[in-house]
Design a protein around this ligand. Structure first.
Ligand code: HEC
Ligand code: HEC
Ligand code: HEC
Ligand code: HEC
Ligand code: HEC
Ligand code: HEC
Ligand code: HEC
Ligand code: HEC
Ligand code: HEC
Ligand code: HEC
Length: 435
């Protein structure tokens, strides 16, 4: 039996304990271990510098400075957003987000290779499953846990129309028998993809309309073509063209009505024969023709081909707001949308094996500019199916940007293209390509 006295004997009460042998060897061992540690560290330090602490190589994009840990790390904290923002521009996802996540939540470091931009849907659904926004009332759907639960695209919601101010009838152009067989139009006659292959280039008069809708006017000695420019430029150009014609064909234009005398005309050019009067007279004639209002058939009356009523400006355009005192005609800006899905990215090139009509079925039969012939979400979901390995995928980031919701074209164009170092050091705008 152990008494408390026995136990007490094993305790030491001396205030300055004598070093015993066991303890001495303990300390020695410690010193040796420490020296080995310092030696090891020294060795590693000489050969590997800071990399000895590295849990895995930094990403390829950061490899050039990955050795200098203090670019991202400081001694007392885990990596903070400020460290990244020393080199990268801040582009907040949404001004209405109640919390700004850490960069490292999405951009994983030290896994080498390609992980820096390899996001999973969890990174987005984290917030978008049950979105909290500072905007009230919220204007976007709050619950988007998957692509299947994804809302209808904004331009296809009830009440949306194409508000471009340009008359155009797809059906007539694709079927009219007034267009020669050899000249039959297809989608590609007017719609060509841009260089990146993402969106279609804007429609332009010269390559797409002019060959059939030339703005030709019957002038004093032959036909004159009006430029396709703003009415002021058109007017200045017509005056210039009239001068050329007037000088070149002076005899034909200014000769007296009954030229019974042989040889050149010698009498004084009075007001009724001046160049100025001639120009004004013809200009008025031209502008009256060019800016003749289009009178569409009233409702109920069988529709007539509009081209038979008017082949000039207001066949396609609408008159703009009234202009200054000189009664100059004007043209309403067309505002043909260049990008329809403002909150998403789409690439025609990635779908070039799919016929246009698979996604724009109604375009060929559409008669009105106000029609919107874009595919709906269900169309995309035929190929982009959640959780099906063979599908085209439903990664949120394949269709959306995260940082750039600023609508800046240059930033969008640069997405996924490798950025140059100059971009990040601010010497070059994002998306710029080096020669
Ligand atoms: C481009 C920035 C960057 C550089 C350079 C960098 N790191 Fe990191 N490191 C990170 C991020 C981001 C994390 C993620 C954890 C966090 O939030 O702190 C991390 C985490 C770590 C961790 C924690 C281990 C883990 O997996 O969570 C260690 C240890 C580490 N880094 C060491 C280093 C060392 C040593 C160097 C220099 C050779 C270095 N890092 C260089 C960004 C960087
Ligand atoms: C010392 C400057 C510097 C710091 C600090 C830095 N980066 Fe970078 N980062 C760069 C440069 C330079 C590139 C571009 C490399 C290239 O052109 O391939 C880059 C590229 C990237 C890319 C794009 C990768 C790709 O494949 O296009 C991401 C994402 C990124 N950094 C995130 C971060 C995050 C997150 C942090 C903070 C943990 C951080 N960076 C800290 C300089 C820095
Ligand atoms: C920290 C929370 C949070 C995270 C994480 C998040 N979002 Fe958002 N997102 C928001 C908020 C808040 C809005 C703005 C709501 C509003 O306008 O009222 C928004 C808006 C959007 C919009 C529509 C508006 C626009 O300007 O484009 C899209 C698309 C979007 N997010 C996609 C994504 C994707 C893709 C990811 C993942 C890479 C993601 N979000 C991650 C909070 C978040
Ligand atoms: C196959 C492409 C595709 C995928 C995958 C996709 N989206 Fe979208 N998303 C779109 C398109 C297209 C729009 C419409 C954009 C517009 O109207 O401007 C949109 C719109 C949105 C909007 C705005 C909604 C609104 O009410 O206006 C949010 C938020 C959004 N997506 C989040 C997500 C999230 C989160 C994921 C991942 C779970 C995701 N999206 C996956 C194509 C996609
Ligand atoms: C003679 C030229 C021409 C041809 C041929 C043509 N388009 Fe268009 N398209 C236009 C013009 C002009 C606009 C802009 C006016 C508008 O917004 O309707 C337009 C707009 C569009 C739009 C966007 C606006 C909307 O209506 O949804 C789509 C999509 C489109 N066309 C698809 C097609 C397809 C598909 C074909 C082939 C079946 C086709 N187009 C053939 C001239 C043409
Ligand atoms: C290949 C020749 C050709 C091209 C190219 C062409 N058009 Fe036409 N367009 C015609 C013909 C022919 C008609 C008359 C069709 C009819 O009445 O059957 C017509 C008719 C029209 C009409 C009147 C439609 C109606 O409702 O009666 C408008 C508006 C029009 N074109 C605009 C355009 C625009 C804008 C472009 C360029 C984007 C264009 N056209 C390109 C040949 C063409
Ligand atoms: C056959 C149809 C057609 C006729 C006729 C036509 N235009 Fe256009 N016009 C277009 C199309 C398509 C565009 C948009 C693409 C472009 O800018 O070239 C346009 C654009 C314009 C613009 C630029 C508007 C803007 O949005 O900034 C002006 C200005 C213009 N036209 C003036 C005229 C004038 C003046 C006439 C008559 C002399 C005329 N147009 C006749 C089809 C036509
Ligand atoms: C997989 C579906 C799909 C196919 C196939 C497709 N488009 Fe599109 N198209 C879209 C979507 C989505 C948009 C809206 C893109 C945007 O503006 O954000 C669009 C937009 C357009 C526009 C409006 C201008 C623009 O780029 O926004 C035109 C014109 C157009 N498509 C023509 C065509 C033609 C011509 C073809 C055949 C060569 C074609 N599309 C094939 C899905 C498709
Ligand atoms: C007929 C099948 C089909 C339809 C319909 C379809 N897609 Fe796709 N999509 C694909 C295929 C295949 C890919 C390529 C996948 C890959 O490269 O991994 C793709 C790729 C994409 C990409 C990635 C492009 C990139 O730059 O990486 C986006 C964004 C996209 N689709 C959006 C859409 C949208 C939005 C719709 C509906 C308007 C749609 N798709 C309809 C088959 C389709
Ligand atoms: C919710 C996820 C998420 C967070 C948080 C996030 N990013 Fe990104 N980041 C992305 C996605 C997705 C891309 C791909 C391109 C895009 O969507 O803009 C990207 C691309 C980038 C790129 C390269 C391409 C470009 O647009 O310049 C840089 C650099 C970058 N992020 C830096 C940062 C920095 C710095 C932070 C912290 C302030 C951060 N990211 C926070 C998701 C995120």
């Amino acid at each position: 039996m152990r008494s408390s006295k026995d136990l007490a004997k094993r305790l030491r009460f001396d205030r300055f304990p004598r070093p015993d042998r066991f303890r001495r060897s303990y300390a020695l061992l410690g010193i040796v271990a420490m020296l080995a540690g310092v030696g090891g560290w020294f060795l590693l330090n000489r050969t590997m510098h800071d990399r000895q602490y590295l849990p895995g190589p930094v990403s390829q994009a950061h490899a050039t400075f990955g050795d200098r840990c203090d670019n991202c790390h400081d001694q007392f904290h885990s990596v903070r957003n400020e460290a990244c923002l020393k080199c990268h521009e801040v582009r907040v996802h949404s001004e209405f987000e109640p919390r700004t996540p850490h960069c490292a939540e999405c951009h994983v470091e030290h896994r080498g290779g390609q992980t820096l931009l390899a996001l999973s849907n969890a990174n987005c659904v984290d917030c978008h499953r049950q979105l909290v926004t500072k905007r009230s009332p919220a204007i976007i759907q709050a619950e988007i846990p998957t692509f299947a639960a994804h809302p209808t695209f904004a331009p296809l919601r009830a009440g949306q129309t194409d508000r471009a101010a340009l008359r155009f009838n797809h059906r007539i152009h694709l079927t009219s028998d007034k267009i020669a067989k050899a000249d039959t139009l297809t989608c590609a006659s007017c719609h060509q993809p841009n260089r990146a292959g993402t969106l279609m280039l804007p429609i332009r008069f010269e390559p797409h309309c002019k060959r059939c809708h030339k703005q030709e006017l019957q002038g004093p000695t032959g036909s004159i073509e009006a430029l396709h420019k703003s009415p002021e430029v058109v007017r200045a150009d017509l005056i210039a063209q009239l001068s050329v014609v007037g000088i070149r064909d002076a005899d034909a234009i200014f000769a007296p009505a009954a030229p019974h005398l042989p040889g050149r005309r010698a009498d004084v050019i009075d007001d009724s024969h001046s160049l100025r009067e001639y120009q004004e007279r013809w200009l008025t004639k031209f502008e009256d023709a060019l800016y003749k209002p289009l009178q569409e058939a009233p409702p109920g009356v069988p529709r007539q081909g509009l081209l038979e009523l008017n082949k000039y400006c207001y066949l396609c355009h609408f008159p703009g707001a009234a202009t200054a005192a000189d009664q100059r005609p004007s043209i309403e800006a067309t505002h043909i949308p260049r990008k329809w899905l403002l909150h998403a990215e789409f690439s025609h090139r990635r779908h070039e094996l799919i016929a246009c009509k698979e996604c724009h079925a109604s375009a060929a039969t559409g008669e009105l500019t106000t029609d919107i012939n874009l595919p709906n979400k269900e169309r995309c979901a035929r190929c982009h199916v959640d959780g099906v390995l063979q599908s085209a995928g439903t990664a949120c980031v394949s269709c959306h940007l995260y940082h750039d919701t600023s609508r800046r074209a240059a930033l969008r164009a640069g997405r996924r293209r490798e950025q140059t170092t100059e971009v990040f050091t601010g010497k070059e705008p994002p998306g710029g390509v080096k020669p």
